[in-house]
Write a protein that binds this ligand. Structure first.
Ligand SMILES: [Zn+2]
Length: 358
């Protein structure tokens, strides 16, 4: 294979994945499938799908393409439910690995320029939280899933089978600042926000869950959120947190209800879907700095029972108790709930006596 080059080749499209590039070269070189093409030229198709750096280097050499660009946008298997794209990581919940989304306008442009071998798949389209095309301002379109998962990676053949989808008009859609930020990270740029320290899957879900609470109120549930709602929420949530922890705390202040009800669960009611997501047992460990900020906010702003667990940690010294009007007291581990209850009753009785003695 050393020194051998394909006679017919393409230049990769912007952010094109290596599997998409192989699929296009297969069509250009008159092979029926990407798998057959790889057999012919000595590439391991499954290794390309797994994001093997060795195999992608071979592909770049054969096609005369920029190896750094192909390597940057390869989706690599990094664990059972974990992937890497360039310097970024993602999970099975935040990256569509085999499911294909396309911008029908971008693909139509490629078809006009190169025929069917101009159809392609861009790495940013595979992120769950990227739902629109930045150039055309339209929703991305999902292709139907193929019978065998491996066939989804032969994207030109998939688009050829569903060509009518490319001819359909897509509704206009606005691109969000969250999408722009995710694309910059995929391109290898860190814009200098505090969010740069978090993995992409955390930035995406943090923005969408906070934004869902901001946009749709305290009663909305995660199961009620449609793709359109999550898109809008992602933009709002990202705008609310991109400037740092102080901006997040300020936004949390704005979500506080006017009335503090009894029972010590007001914080969960006020923060709604955002709090439920943060407190889920499956919340990733990278979320801990955010949980710490929200937990501090709750302790400073809501009455709580001593010992109540907030975001995975018990609060032993709440700044305000859930029984309204009871002054805070240094918590002793020797005290139990009954002692606290009796103390509360005594305090309330003394308050009543004090008020009625005038
Ligand atoms: Zn487009």
């Amino acid at each position: 294979m050393s020194g051998r080059k394909l006679a017919l080749t393409h230049v990769p499209m912007l952010r094109e994945t290596p599997t998409s590039f192989v699929s296009r070269l297969a069509v250009l070189n008159l092979c029926p499938t990407a798998s057959d093409f790889c057999l012919d030229i000595g590439l391991d198709w499954k290794a390309v799908i797994r994001g093997s750096a060795v195999e992608i280097d071979k592909l770049a050499a054969l096609a005369g393409a920029d190896r750094r660009e192909l390597q940057r946008y390869a989706l690599r298997t990094a664990g059972p439910s974990c992937f890497r794209i360039g310097r970024e990581t993602g999970t099975i919940a935040t990256i569509h690995r085999s499911r294909t989304k396309i911008c029908i306008e971008c693909v139509a442009e490629g078809l006009r320029r190169h025929g069917i071998s101009g159809a392609f798949r861009s790495a940013d389209w595979q992120l769950v939280s990227i739902r629109t095309c930045e150039r055309h301002g339209i929703w991305l379109t999902s292709l139907p899933h193929e019978k065998y998962t491996i066939d989804n990676y032969d994207v030109v053949r998939c688009i050829e089978r569903h060509r009518t989808l490319v001819d359909e008009a897509s509704d206009g859609a606005f691109s969000t600042p969250l999408e722009a930020y995710l694309r910059r990270r995929l391109d290898g740029t860190r814009p200098g926000f505090w969010l740069d320290a978090f993995p992409l899957h955390v930035v995406s879900r943090l923005s969408e869950m906070l934004g869902s609470r901001i946009e749709f109120g305290p009663s909305v549930r995660a199961v009620d959120l449609t793709e359109d709602m999550l898109h809008r929420a992602g933009g709002s949530g990202f705008a609310a947190i991109k400037d740092g922890p102080a901006a997040l705390r300020l936004r949390l202040e704005g979500l506080k209800g006017d009335v503090i009800r009894k029972g010590g669960f007001q914080h969960a009611a006020d923060l709604g879907v955002f709090y439920h997501w943060l407190s889920a047992s499956r919340a990733p460990k990278e979320l801990r700095p955010i949980q710490h900020i929200v937990r501090s906010f709750i302790i400073e702003n809501y009455p709580l029972d001593p010992g109540r667990a907030i975001l995975g940690q018990a609060v032993h010294e709440p700044k305000a108790w859930s029984a309204p009007g009871v002054p805070p007291l240094k918590w002793s581990t020797h005290w139990d709930r009954n002692i606290l209850f009796r103390r509360t009753i005594r305090w309330q009785a003394s308050e009543t006596n004090r008020k009625t003695s005038f």
